[in-house]
Design a binder for this molecule. Structure first.
Ligand SMILES: Nc1cc(-c2cccs2)n[nH]1
Length: 234
């Protein structure tokens, strides 16, 4: 998968060199390219925003630099990518969205500032590929960088080969509508807190039953909205 990121804070994405995604890049599973939007400005001050038509507070990102940046990426890749613009006004990003997008061949993340990107950028991008405005949740960030980083990680880890043991992707929270079960490791007793006996029993069937029950109980307690309507009232 190729991933391009357009941002005015390119160094923010240096962290993608480390950890799991860094290994994925090294293994050629993920090709991440970060672009500084200011490289696509034409004035001496490398201006990327201006005051909003119709008045109002804040600044809006100018369309010209975005158009040049998206054109350069599409010309280089020679394909029709999926453009993802983080936005509090976007569709809700979820694990199923991550799974859907993990099958894409080319994603382009456009990191705007909260006051927004000129709407014509999304209209223009739609002539180059699919456009998805994506929200991580009902709260407001200052820019799309943090949201893009989270989505790149959530999507990237689902690409076959990125996570060593694909088994570890099963029974994760949100993979199948239930939260994950509690995890324990050695020592069996720590500061007076013991690991549940069933996990020390060696009885795989009972462990599986206990873990499923824990998943249902936790989901009921913390996220009843994830359960089918008739169940969450139970
Ligand atoms: N979910 C979400 C996205 C955002 C922003 C994206 C770009 C600027 S602010 N805030 N909250």
């Amino acid at each position: 998968m190729r991933v391009d990121v357009v941002t005015i804070f390119p160094s923010f994405f240096d962290v993608l060199e480390v950890s799991l995604l860094g290994k994925a890049r090294g293994a050629g599973l993920l090709d991440v390219r970060v672009h500084d939007l200011r490289d696509y400005t034409t004035d001496r001050h490398r201006t990327v925003d201006d005051t909003p038509y119709g008045g109002g507070a804040g600044m809006v990102m100018k369309p010209e630099p975005w158009g040049l940046a998206l054109d350069a990426i599409v010309a280089d890749a020679g394909d029709r990518p999926t453009f993802i613009f983080p936005s509090p006004a976007g569709e809700r990003f979820s694990q199923s969205t991550a799974r859907e997008l993990s099958g894409a061949s080319h994603l382009v993340f456009g990191c705007g500032r909260y006051e927004g990107i000129d709407e014509r950028v999304f209209t223009y991008a739609a002539t180059l590929g699919d456009v998805r405005l994506m929200s991580l949740g009902d709260y407001v960030l200052n820019g799309g960088e943090v949201a893009s980083m989270a989505m790149i990680e959530a999507i990237g880890r689902l690409i076959p080969g990125v996570v060593g043991n694909p088994e570890s992707l099963v029974e994760e929270s949100h993979e199948d509508g239930l939260l994950e079960y509690p995890s324990y490791t050695k020592p069996a007793s720590w500061r007076g807190h013991d690991v549940p006996d069933v996990l020390l029993s060696g009885h795989h069937g009972r462990v599986a039953e206990w873990r499923h029950a824990q998943r249902v109980e936790r989901t009921r307690e913390r996220r009843p909205d994830l359960l089918p309507a008739d169940d969450s009232e139970a």
